[in-house]
Write a protein that binds this ligand. Structure first.
Ligand code: GSH
Length: 386
C-alpha cells in the first residue's frame, strides 16, 4: 500500500541517500567521508520530514474539478520487453488473453485484479514495480498501479493497456461475457466504453476519472429486470469497497510505529523486495516508509472520519458487509457463487493479510467464514467453470 502520499517522502530520502553515496565515492580522506555521511544522514532525515510534511499538506487541499475531454486508452506497440517477475498459468484457461500485470504485491487495487484473474482461472504474467523509481512503468503516462497489458495482435506486437483496477475488471468481465456469443467482440471496442475524463486539480496538475467504470457492457443485449437489480447491487458494493473499505486500511496497518514497521517488513517479504531491489533501497523503503506512513495514517484517519479506535471502523465495515450477505441469505454477495463485489472486497482485505490489523479483524469481526470461503474459491479458480 505505497500510496501517492508516501512517494514524495521516500523520493526525498532516496535523493538524500544518493547524496551520501556521491559524497562517499568522490571524496578521499576519512574525515571528509564522515562529514559526507553526516550530511547525508541529516539530508535523509530532513528530506523524509519535508516530504512527509508536503504530503500531509497535499492531503488537506480541496480538489477542484474542471472537465476537459473524453479519451479512450489507445493501443500501443512500443512497450519495452520487461521480464516478468512471476507467471501464473492455468491449464483450463480458454480466455485467449495474454496478460501482464504491473503491480505492487500488497497494493489493495492490484490485489483486487489478481483476485479476479485467479478466480476466473485466467493466466497472467506479473511485473513487480519498484515503488520508488517505478522503472518498469516508465513507458506509460499513467502514474499508478495496477496497469494491465493485453496483447491484442501478436504479429504486430500491439497491446491494449488497461488502467485502474475497477476499469480493468469491468472491461475484462464485459469482454469475457461475450466470448461464446456470435457478437463481434474485441477488447479495444470494450475499452472505448470506459473513456477517461480529464480535469485540473487546484495545484494545476491534470488528473483523470474513468467513466462508467463500475458498469458492465452488454453490447445492446436486453437485460432482464431481476438481473438489472443484481447488477445494481453488485455495483454499489464494488464502489463501497473502493470508497469506504479501502480507507480503513492505512490507518489500521500503520496505527502504531511498531505495526507500521511490521507491515512494511511483510510487504517486503511478499513483494520479494530483497530479491527485486538492492538491499539499501529495500531498507530505505521499509524504514522511511514505515515512519512516513505512521504519520500519514493519522491524517487519513481524520480525512476519512474513522473512529478514534480505527480498528472499530474496520470491524464495523466488515460486519456491515457480512450482515448484507446474511440478509440476502446466500454464502456470498453473489449468492451461491461470488460476484464482482465479493472479489473486490476480498481483494482489498487480502492486501493486509500479513498485518496485525488482519489478525485482529479475524478475531473481533464476523468476516472470517466469508473470507476463507472466498480464499478457497479464488485459490481453486472456481469461476473458471463460468
Ligand atoms: N483508482 C486506482 C487507484 C490505484 C492506486 O492508487 N494505486 C496506488 C498504489 S496502492 C499507486 O499506484 N499510487 C501511486 C504511487 O505509488 O506512486 C485503482 O483502482 O487502480
Amino acid at each position: 500500500m505505497l500510496t501517492r502520499q508516501l512517494r514524495p517522502a521516500i523520493l526525498n530520502a532516496f535523493r538524500a541517500v544518493n547524496l551520501v553515496l556521491r559524497d562517499v565515492s568522490t571524496t578521499g580522506p576519512k574525515t571528509v567521508k564522515k562529514s559526507g555521511v553526516r550530511l547525508g544522514m541529516a539530508s535523509l532525515t530532513v528530506g523524509a520530514l519535508v516530504g512527509t510534511g508536503y504530503s500531509i499538506h497535499q492531503l488537506n487541499k480541496p480538489r477542484l474539478h474542471i472537465l476537459n475531454e473524453q479519451t479512450t486508452i489507445a493501443l500501443i506497440d512500443n512497450v519495452p520487453q520487461i521480464a516478468p517477475t512471476k507467471s501464473f498459468k492455468y491449464v483450463g484457461d480458454t480466455s485467449g488473453l495474454k496478460l501482464t500485470l504491473f503491480q505492487y504485491q500488497t497494493c489493495p487495487f492490484c490485489c483486487k485484479v489478481r483476485a479476479f484473474l485467479d478466480y476466473y482461472g485466467i493466466s497472467y504474467d506479473v511485473v513487480e514495480v519498484d515503488p520508488v523509481l517505478r522503472q518498469a512503468t516508465k513507458w506509460s503516462t499513467y502514474k499508478k498501479v495496477p496497469i494491465l497489458l493485453a496483447l491484442v495482435d501478436k504479429e504486430k506486437g500491439t497491446y491494449q493497456p488497461l488502467n485502474d483496477s475497477t476499469m480493468i475488471i469491468s472491461s475484462l468481465a464485459s469482454y469475457l461475457k461475450d466470448q461464446d456469443s456470435s457478437t463481434d467482440n474485441d477488447l479495444h471496442s470494450v475499452v472505448k466504453c470506459y473513456p477517461s475524463m480529464t480535469y485540473q486539480d487546484e495545484d494545476g496538475s491534470v488528473k483523470s476519472e474513468i467513466m462508467n467504470k463500475y458498469f458492465l457492457m452488454f453490447n445492446n443485449k436486453q437485460v432482464r429486470d431481476d438481473v438489472k437489480e443484481k447488477l445494481n447491487e453488485e455495483r454499489k458494493w464494488r464502489k463501497w469497497a473502493d470508497d469506504v473499505l479501502v480507507h480503513d486500511l492505512s490507518p489500521n496497518v500503520y496505527r502504531t510505529k511498531a505495526e507500521a514497521l511490521q507491515a512494511f517488513n511483510w510487504f517486503s517479504e511478499v513483494g520479494e523486495w530483497e530479491k527485486n531491489f538492492p538491499s539499501w533501497e529495500r531498507n530505505l523503503i521499509v524504514y522511511v516508509g514505515a515512519s512516513a506512513m505512521w504519520l500519514i495514517g493519522k491524517r487519513l484517519k481524520k480525512r476519512h472520519n474513522l473512529k478514534d479506535d480505527v480498528r472499530e471502523s474496520l470491524y464495523d465495515h466488515c460486519n456491515q458487509w457480512t450482515r448484507a450477505i446474511k440478509a440476502k441469505g446466500g454464502e456470498f454477495m453473489g449468492g451461491k457463487e461470488p460476484n464482482l463485489a465479493d472479489l473486490a472486497v476480498f481483494g482489498v482485505l487480502s492486501s493486509i493479510e500479513g498485518c496485525d490489523a488482519f489478525k485482529d479483524l479475524l478475531q473481533y469481526s464476523n468476516i472470517k467464514g466469508w473470507y476463507f470461503s472466498m480464499k478457497d474459491a479464488v485459490k481453486q479458480h472456481k469461476g473458471a467453470a463460468f
